[in-house]
Ligand binder design. Structure first.
Ligand code: FES
Length: 105
């Protein structure tokens, strides 16, 4: 199963395994990764699953759609590498992807 590395705002990194087809948010919630609240359950309607994707992985992701882009306007401390983790589905190409969470979250 692909692995995801989550680094929280204190600098602690956790490695979790995710089934292909699940979202990075779902993998975080199932493994009780902190700082990813996912209040809307993945409906792209809350922005509490905001993560920063490590630059080296950005090129492997599908581009943001308009809905994700709009919802990121409600997130704190948005950067160029900001994504909503509920909108990123895990596949073999993302094995080892590194994401981190904003301090404000
Ligand atoms: Fe609500 Fe991702 S879980 S926008």
């Amino acid at each position: 199963m692909p692995k995801i590395l989550f680094t929280d705002s204190t600098g602690t990194t956790r490695e979790v395994e995710a089934k292909k087809g699940m979202s990075i948010m779902e993998a975080a919630v199932q493994n009780m990764v902190p700082e990813i609240d996912a209040d809307c359950g993945g409906a792209c309607a809350c922005a509490t699953c905001h993560v920063y994707v490590a630059e080296s992985w950005l090129g492997k992701l599908k581009p943001k759609d308009d809905m994700e882009d709009s919802m990121l306007d409600f997130a704190e401390d948005v950067q160029d590498n900001s994504r909503l983790s509920c909108q990123i589905l895990v596949n073999d190409d993302l094995d080892g992807i590194e994401v981190s969470t904003p301090e404000a979250q």
